[in-house]
Design a protein around this ligand. Structure first.
Ligand SMILES: C[S@@+](CC[C@H](N)C(=O)[O-])C[C@H]1O[C@@H](n2cnc3c(N)ncnc32)[C@H](O)[C@@H]1O
Length: 206
């Protein structure tokens, strides 16, 4: 599915013909960059990098950027646009790509990807990354289709009707913050557009 989308992805976003959940896309990516507070030379890992739109912003900031994506076509587009990228083709839900990275990152970022994972899959991934791939004092900045709480998410689902992605696990910040706390991660959330927001997640202090 994502391979088929790769050729038209950027055009659809630019033309405003991407799915309704992309409302405020550029603002959301800008918020991730603002929250990441990177400086030149920092190592950034982008989960589900797609065609590299957010990675481009981090490369512009002088970062060394790695991207993981399941889609060969998305990665090909990203590399064509951004030759300095380091890419790994892998399923975020698989076990085999963590070893390939074999390094820690100052920031781990993601946009419009992790709603494909249910809450426990999200938490397992974030815990594993925080433990094994985040540098000391590093943090994660995750943007996605999200709402402040479960009630707001339920209202949005009612409002969207058939446009609500079937099988998608859009985020609710209240349950995410609680789930993060349960695995010793500290999480804050900011709503950016009507249907998307940004989480900042870091290891809880001792
Ligand atoms: C909607 S696009 C977002 C791309 C990019 N992050 C952006 O903001 O434009 C979702 C991306 O996540 C990737 N993706 C979805 N599920 C994945 C998984 N399980 N493992 C790795 N990549 C995945 C897709 O291939 C696609 O490139």
């Amino acid at each position: 599915m994502f391979d088929a989308w790769a050729a038209t992805y950027d055009r659809r976003i630019e033309a405003g013909t991407a799915p309704v959940s992309f409302e405020g896309y550029e603002q959301v990516l800008a918020e991730v960059v603002a929250r990441a507070q990177v400086t030149a030379g920092m190592r950034v890992l982008d989960l589900g990098i797609g065609t590299g739109n957010m990675a481009a912003l981090f490369l512009d900031g002088g970062c060394v950027v790695w991207g993981v994506d399941i889609s060969a076509q998305m990665l090909a587009r990203a590399q064509e646009k951004l030759p300095r990228l380091h890419v790994v083709q892998a399923d975020l839900l698989a076990d085999d790509w963590f070893g390939v990275l074999n390094q820690r990152f100052d920031r781990i970022v993601s946009s419009y990807v992790l709603h494909d994972l249910d809450l426990s899959q999200k938490m397992r991934l974030l815990a594993r990354l925080a433990e094994g791939h985040l540098a000391t004092n590093g943090w994660m900045v995750i943007a996605d289709v999200a709402y402040p709480d479960r009630a707001a998410r339920a209202r949005a689902q009612g409002h969207w009707g058939r446009l609500w992605g079937e099988g998608e696990h859009y985020w609710a910040a209240d349950e995410t913050i609680a789930a993060c706390q349960a695995i010793a991660l500290h999480c804050t959330y900011r709503q950016v557009s009507t249907c998307a927001g940004v989480f900042v997640i870091r290891a809880s202090g001792p």
